[in-house]
Design a protein around this ligand. Sequence first.
Ligand code: ANZ
Ligand code: ZN
Length: 878
Amino acid sequence: MTGPQSSSLPETSPGLSDRYDPSVLEERWQQTWEQQDLYATQAPEPEQRAFYALSMFPYPSGSLHMGHVRNYVITDVIARAQRMRGDAVLHPMGWDAFGLPAENAAIERGVDPGVWTDRNIEQMRDQLGRLGLSIDWSREQATCHEDYYRWTQWLFLELHQSGLAYQKEATVNWDPVDQTVLANEQVDSEGRSWRSGALVEQKNLKQWFLKITQYADALLDDLELLSGWPERVRTMQANWIGRSIGAEIDFQVEGHEQATITVFTTRADTLFGVSYVVLAPEHPLVDALTSADQRDSVAAFRDLVDALTNDERTAEDRPKRGVAIGAEAVNPANGQKVPIWIADYVLADYGTGAVMGVPAHDERDFRFARSYELPVHRVIKMDGANEHLNDGEAWTGPGSLINSGPFDGQSNDQARVAITDHGGREGWARAKRQYRLRDWLISRQRYWGCPIPIIHCPDCGAQPVPRDQLPVALPKNINLEGRGGSPLAGLDDWVNVSCPSCGKPARRETDTMDTFMCSSWYFLRFADPSNTDLPFDAEAVRRWLPVQQYVGGIEHAILHLLYSRFFTKALKDRGLIPINEPFERLLTQGMVQGVTYRNPRSGRYVAPAQVVDQGNPIDPEDGGELEVLFEKMSKSKHNGVDPAFVIDRYGADTARMFILFKAPPEKDLEWDDADVEGQFRFLQRLWRLVDSVRSTCTADQLLRNGTASIPAELSETDTTIRRAVHVAIQAVGEDLSGDFQFNTAISELMKLSNSLSGKVLEASRSVQIEAMGALIRLLAPFAPHLAEEFWLRLGGEGSVHEQPWPLHDPEALVQDIVELVIQVKGKVRGTIQVPANCDKDKLEELALASDVAQRWLEGKPPRRVIVVPGKLVNLVPS
Ligand code: ANZ
Ligand code: ZN
């Protein structure tokens, strides 16, 4: 018989047993949320804070990996928590959808890159759906769709109009595997392509660049505003921009009236110590200045250097090599003649491509001078030291000037300025800032990218495509087989157009844009995703941006994050947006590492299924023992764990809980099946806890909004439970602010669950409601499906995800105070007041901090401490 009270308890879904079965439950909630449009973005009310939570959008490879899962789950927890805290949250998702894999798939398998990409997007969207993310899918963007790239082109034209996009002939990085040029940021320190891993070659080509160097100072100086970014990322950007403050100094060349060699130096104070001048082998003056008898050795040396990468040329541990070219330069400070050399370590594209050699005060110059028996003139005296201390090596530290004419005795910092000023008055020196940053090369000779909206006219030059003709659509069904050069160049119908200015026959630009262009502004589009008149409306951008919390991989520390900052600043200067920096806070999540079996003899990685287990892991191939490591999950190392597999087996909530619990978000995370299992068991315990409460619950005792008015008189159980609940509310709240310590937040939830299990049933009904209402709401950002199910099962109203975040009641935290006796060697010496329920460690800590202890121990640690909880602490001095 069904009584009237229990019949009004909420229905759970048909077929749902009383066992925790995530597969049924999660799918049902995902469908319900979708039907309810639960995660639709709500425009912020006046007074309401707008909170933009964003994950770096993925390349649609077609399959979701654990790195993605970690990234999106972290952002999701933040978005959900902020929503419950009352913010208007924007949490969108999109696809960085142009790029080479689609084109290569097209070449290998004959599928259309657009079709291939859309299919992958579809698949990945489904996979993401299974994670239970609170994403507003109505704002989805794919950079390869016309309604997006039309605006990428429009923004390119904006930059072009401001003179920030230009074409020039340049020596560029050529990737021989992908058959395209690369930006400097896309070549690693070993000279390899970031994508294909091929050794990059140098080629001379006419290419499109963006003048990011115009923003070098702003990009560097504004790093100081980014206090919500990891220090490491800011340092990487600062080093990449590489500002040097120094001077240019002109040297005349003996016997060549017209020739001036300008060097860049950060040490103008050492000018009197110059013993030679060095040009980069590629320096334009080398040919004119080389004497007849040095022609052959100069030519031979240049060939040698041609074969080296920049890194090989400047590596610390390589000998520096060079040849004299048979000419002399005149030191403008003292008229001294010094030989001119070319050397491998002087780079053509840094500074002026020429340096003054000061062996006494620069290590590299010192070694060079030693190798070639060039003189060493000391001009900086190490203060307070015997002069010949720096005979055997270069002195690169501070000091005062010697052998420097009128500048003798000045500190080298003073002299650096004084010598530059003096040269300035005489016309041979200028203060100068130098940057490592180069303009961003954005043209690519590939098909699957955003076409550059330019038409080349023999008479008018490079003309922008009129904006009302955008997008310049990528032609479909083209033959991608012929490698080398842009595939678009072969399409006569597409290429041949008339000039938008004069109407004469002209040709379309056939290069496409670097995909980093497409991702440099997508965060702006999400603020105004369906605007058909503009890429975004400034008001919408003002409403949502800067992104409050950006989450993504450290691999973009320079690339995407620097480009996006540049775009933001350039668009602000164009008056298009009111913000100066795109991302207020940045979290770079650590890697997900899998158990990896490696054969230390062959270096071969062995798939776990092949490992022979004989107590130790054995390689079936050579019968020898394998090393067990944790490394970033990857196909080649056979150490990946498929998210779908984990979700099938345990559900998304367990996967989320494990990922959040196992390591703080910015640290690497070692995958561990046993810990996944552990989280699953924790959720099962919660299930039983909720079930136990539900079984005693009557219609007038439903959770409703999860709060209850607490009577003044409480039992001891009530007080204990309330304290545990409010301690958890406070701790989880703190862990979800600032540093995002999700792992400790989950530990707090576990503690709370332990405190409630069994005991909560003994509490009064209002305390039960308060406790369960808080537990479920605190769980909601982490395990959203299960929390929603619990909310329903206990008669909560509406969705748990729309409930306000619980706030702790300081009064519930107040603990009873008891008196504790402090003894020294068994004699009572005083008492202190301590909270009831302190554990032994806490009591010892409080006793040691007491006045009595200070007085009797005289600052020395005691030999022994005996704690009798609730009674006394006995200190035995040493
Ligand atoms: C004379 C000198 C004396 C220097 C001394 C240093 C110490 P950063 O800080 O990296 O900008 N340099 C300039 N252009 C170069 C090029 N194209 N290739 C290789 N080296 C180059 O370093 C600036 C210093 O690097 C410059 O200051 C110059 O050497 C060298 F005691 O000039 B210095
Ligand atoms: Zn024209």
